[in-house]
Design a protein around this ligand. Structure first.
Ligand SMILES: [Zn+2]
Length: 298
């Protein structure tokens, strides 16, 4: 039995390669992923899609400097087999769901492509920084073969930051593990967001991207390979690699009867009467938890 530190499950590791102006994050989701997935009875292709999206959400969430900030990833289409995927991250808490048409999904077979699932969709990535009330949102088309590719184009198009992202999902014996790696080139330091001259052919970046790109999908999900060891394996020839642990990852949702009661209390009595069913209950459901909250107001 290996402990959590060794498996890397539900952890984030931050790293920088100072001499190359590169920074990165690596995450591995284990039990937290099973907990999120267990709230939904999704078929395998949707489970895999959500696992990939959650690993990316944890990865991008780990870029927030602000522990109270929130990262939201939303993929959407008009009439796709999947019409909505939502995941978010706040303070290490992850949650997510996928709204989809089960009958149309079954016609696609066991390994549908991203385009088969979404059609012509788009991906919106939103960083909410609680300390400054600032919000950055970028929207990119859902092109390429995976959500990871779409996230890479988000960084290049919206933030002008060359970014390499790898994601791997592995399911076995009813358990799912997802791992994800992000590496970015920030020649202006960690802070700069306004970059006018992003270059994908910068020699330092080409070098870092080649090293990071040598990672295999199996390494990302291998519980025998801890996250520090994984980063070391990629960058051990560099003069210096700094690593730091990010917040531990958990499954979390803000839904509760009290939360919805407070929200609904802001409506007028007449509006609440319209929302109520024949039994006088307002039924609110949390799509993240697949759970209903019947509320009565007297
Ligand atoms: Zn919930």
């Amino acid at each position: 039995m290996t402990d959590q530190a060794e498996t890397g499950f539900d952890q984030v590791l931050q790293f920088t390669v100072p001499a190359r102006d590169a920074r990165g994050r690596v995450v591995r989701l284990g039990p937290v992923l099973d907990t999120v997935l267990s709230a939904h009875a999704y078929p395998a292709p949707i489970r895999n899609l959500l696992a990939e999206a959650l690993a990316l959400t944890a990865l991008l969430g780990a870029l927030l400097k602000d522990d109270d900030g929130q990262l939201t990833m939303q993929a959407q289409t008009q009439d796709g087999v999947v019409d909505l995927l939502v995941c978010d991250y706040r303070g290490g808490e992850l949650r997510g769901y996928v709204r989809h048409d089960r009958a149309r999904l079954d016609e696609l077979g066991p390994h549908p492509s991203l385009h088969a699932l979404f059609g012509d969709g788009y991906l919106a990535i939103t960083f909410d920084l609680s300390s400054s009330d600032q919000r950055y949102q970028g929207i990119v088309p859902l092109e390429g073969d995976s959500l990871a590719r779409a996230c890479e184009s988000y960084f290049f198009q919206s933030e002008q930051v060359p970014t390499l992202i790898r994601v791997s999902v592995h399911s076995e014996g009813g358990r799912t593990v997802a791992g994800a790696l992000l590496v970015q080139h920030l020649p202006d330091g960690e802070e700069g967001r306004e970059r006018l001259h992003a270059r994908l052919d910068h020699p330092e970046w080409e070098h870092v991207a080649a090293l990071a790109g040598s990672l295999t999908p199996a390494e990302l999900t291998d519980p025998q390979l801890g996250l520090e060891n994984l980063v070391w394996r990629l960058f051990h020839e560099e003069s210096e690699v700094r690593v730091a642990r990010g917040l531990p990852l958990t499954r979390g949702c803000r839904c509760s009867a009290e939360h919805y009661r407070e929200l609904l209390a802001r409506f007028g009595e007449a509006q609440r009467a319209e929302m109520a069913n024949d039994d006088g209950l307002i039924v609110v459901d949390c799509a993240f938890c697949s759970k209903e909250f019947p509320l009565r107001f007297d």
